[in-house]
Write a protein that binds this ligand. Structure first.
Ligand SMILES: [Zn+2]
Length: 284
């Protein structure tokens, strides 16, 4: 499904939705019980239902500058063997949806991964029937150098499988460029280090013609973590660092003009961070 389209100056950003669902986020943020979520009224109606179940999504973002088409985070992908039942051997029309949004897979110039977890690298590759091959044959794939080196040394179990079927086949094909955590991808598209969830995690700042947007990646998973930055996401590798990153990023963008596009935020997916007492909230 093609979701929202935003325009930031001369840059067009399109949301390619792989999954949108209610209820699965409690597994990711265990502190966010239904009772606690029900008490945070600004989450309604977009980010939680009346029973306190959080809504979430998995989507890719197609970022089109005047010169370049960049696909940020590539979801879970089709045909991947995964331990989460809803993600196992997924079959969606992702590539058709990408085409509906304006780009065939041969037309993607850069694939940018905020980090190398399973739901951010899946469409990096596709299954031919006998092997995993890069989905975007004309793209340079940008992996964070620190992120890539960390997972090459430390991946176990499910993450090891993700490396094998989604990350390393692209490396072996010679299509990867390792980038620094604060790299400029092209004029107006810059990475911001946002470590904690993973060591090399980066967010994506888009600036054009006086407007700006931030693609979060997973330094937070759900807007509830604006009200409670101390509520960790279960996959956070370094929880104290992830909490500090959330506070630093909220302080930087609160009450400012930058549109915040959440990598796992349900429709409408984007809004503005507002200071809210000792914490923050998302205004859509
Ligand atoms: Zn994720």
């Amino acid at each position: 499904m093609v979701g929202e389209v935003w325009r930031i100056g001369d840059v067009k950003i399109s949301r390619i939705v792989e999954i949108e669902a209610t209820g699965g986020m409690t597994r990711i943020i265990p502190d966010a019980s239904r009772e606690r979520v029900m008490g945070i009224r600004w989450l309604y109606p977009h980010f939680a239902d009346e029973e306190g179940r959080m809504r979430g999504a998995i989507h890719a973002l197609l970022v089109e500058t005047p010169d370049m088409s960049i696909l940020v985070d590539t979801c879970i992908g089709n045909d991947k063997e995964r331990s989460v039942p809803a993600w196992n051997h997924l079959q969606t029309a992702f590539l058709n949806d990408l085409k509906s949004a304006g780009k065939g897979r041969e037309q993607i110039d850069r694939v940018l991964c905020t980090h190398l977890h399973t739901d951010h690298v899946g469409w990096n590759t596709m299954w031919t029937g006998s092997e995993w091959v890069p989905t975007f044959p004309n793209a340079r794939y940008l992996y964070g150098a620190k992120e890539f080196n960390f997972w090459r040394e430390n991946a176990e179990d499910g993450q090891a499988q993700v490396m094998q079927d989604s990350v390393l086949p692209v490396w072996d094909a010679g299509l990867v460029d390792l980038v620094e955590q604060d790299a400029e991808i092209c004029p107006g598209i810059t990475l911001i280090p946002s470590p904690g969830h993973t060591p090399g995690h980066a967010s994506v700042l888009i600036e054009s013609a006086g407007q700006s947007a931030l693609i979060t990646g997973d330094f937070l998973h759900h807007p509830v973590q604006m009200a409670h930055p101390e509520w960790s996401s279960s996959p956070d590798v370094d929880r104290p660092q992830a909490i500090q990153t959330r506070k630093t990023m909220y302080n930087r963008f609160a009450d400012g003009p930058t549109l915040i596009i959440g990598t796992h935020f349900a429709t409408p997916t984007a809004g503005y961070i507002k200071k809210d007492g000792d914490a923050w909230r998302l205004e859509v």
